[in-house]
Write a protein that binds this ligand. Structure first.
Ligand code: FPP
Length: 248
């Protein structure tokens, strides 16, 4: 398959033949980006959503297999109703556009998280996006929506316990791979690289199980300013690391 090689690759040394297979991003810093410009926080989320579009398209263009983004956490419901409503509105706008260009883009879309508290309209859009794109091969984008790592682990534990009660599973046989199949991310390889822009140095309940051996990349750049070149810097840093997975 031929991939579009961006002009940025001349500025940052990236080996495009050995990209991480799966990159996960905590899209943080929208509020501060807006504040710096004297704009409402919602304008920061709009800029963040626009940047998500740019970065997701770029990931597809360079041939990345999986991109997972943290769009809305189980804790984000604590934000003012207006802000929550604005983020949901941006998601709706994005999904409608994504559906419109699906045949051209052929990006497989998945959602990690409990979608049941979303409006029926948004749930239906998620379902439709998932359904239309499920046979696409190539890049898969996972949007974490009403997602929390602890919530995901609790749900998995409950479902597994139920399977034990129903005689479908035996606790003595439980291994990592089997347990992974109870997570929202079932079938998706663990992220190799987790990126958090905006200067915060924490995981914030993101992919707790899946990021066990991920490499982390932090930058002070705020998410709406996180350009393709910033992504390439993160990939270059990843490629300079030595991954030993507990070995020597
Ligand atoms: C964190 O920044 C960002 C969020 C909680 C929302 C992220 C949502 C989007 C980028 C828009 C919708 C997404 C898609 C996929 C279309 P923050 O508000 O915590 O920033 P701050 O720490 O500077 O306040």
């Amino acid at each position: 398959m031929a991939f579009f090689r961006p002009k940025e690759d001349r500025q940052v040394q990236v080996d495009f033949d050995h990209l991480p297979r799966h990159i996960a991003i905590i899209m943080d810093g929208n509020g501060r980006w807006a504040k710096k410009r004297g704009l409402p926080r919602t304008a920061g989320h709009a800029a963040g959503a626009e940047n998500f579009r740019t970065i997701a398209t770029y990931c597809k263009d360079i041939g990345l297999d999986y991109l997972t983004v943290y769009a809305f956490s189980t804790e984000n419901w604590k934000r003012p109703a207006e802000e929550v409503g604005a983020i949901m509105g941006l998601l709706k706008k994005y999904l409608l556009e994504a559906i419109g260009r699906m045949e051209r883009d052929r990006v497989k879309m998945e959602f990690f998280g409990d979608l049941s508290p979303l409006t029926p309209e948004l749930r239906e859009l998620c379902e439709r996006t998932r359904e239309i794109s499920k046979h696409y091969e190539g890049c898969q984008v996972n949007i974490c929506l009403n997602y929390g790592g602890r919530d995901e682990l609790l749900r998995a534990a409950r479902a597994y316990a139920q399977d034990c009660l129903d005689g479908k599973a035996d606790p003595g046989d439980l291994g990592e791979e089997q347990f992974s199949n109870y997570l929202f991310s079932r079938g998706v390889p663990d992220p190799d690289l987790v990126i958090r822009p905006s200067g915060e140095l924490r995981l914030s309940n993101f992919l707790l199980w899946q990021s066990a051996y991920a490499e982390f990349y932090f930058t002070d750049v705020l998410w709406p300013d996180f350009t393709k070149e910033e992504l390439l810097k993160a990939i270059a840093a990843f490629q300079g690391r030595s991954r030993r997975f507990g070995g020597v």
